[in-house]
Ligand binder design. Sequence first.
Ligand SMILES: [Zn+2]
Length: 206
Amino acid sequence: MNTALSQHVLVLNRLWQAVNVCTAKRALTLLFQGHAQVVLNEPDGSFRTYSFSEWRDVPAGTHEETVHTISFRIRVPRVILLFAFDRMPKKEVKFTRHNIFERDRNMCQYCGGTFDRKDLNLDHVIPRDRGGPTSWENIVCSCIECNTIKANRTPTEAGMHLIRKPKRPKWRPFVQINFTLNHHDSWKHFIDLAYWNVELGEDVQA
Ligand SMILES: [Zn+2]
């Protein structure tokens, strides 16, 4: 394969979240088929998107890699934005201890303090023996002190208030990016955003 065609391209979903890495060959196919646009960093720090025909007309700098076809020469994209989610595997946010800590940002949902993970418990808002499920909507991070005060009571009974109502997170985990790949500078913005969505696969024991 042409080495330019095997370059790694970062794939963003419609919400501009990094979801995958593909080859330049795949990226150019998605672009040509109208399923994706190229994302380019502008000198002012913003991002601009290009359709296939617009991208074909973007001149490549001398240091840019290009692919030659019979009729034209096209620059290798570094980042593409998909129009549809279904071009790449979808993933539910796994209900894991790690993801609960991520959702609650290591903050006790009763007192609002931020703690090390080792100093946080996962609390059933409605206690388990009162029929409270082990679910996104009924599990929150709680510091040891709040957990002790609350004991086996509902927040109302304990006179405590949740900082926010627990919900299933809307973000999708960052699933298939191999962090050991050499990252192009243009990936940095999206990789940094995606860092917090890494799924570590620690399963919560119900
Ligand atoms: Zn607390």
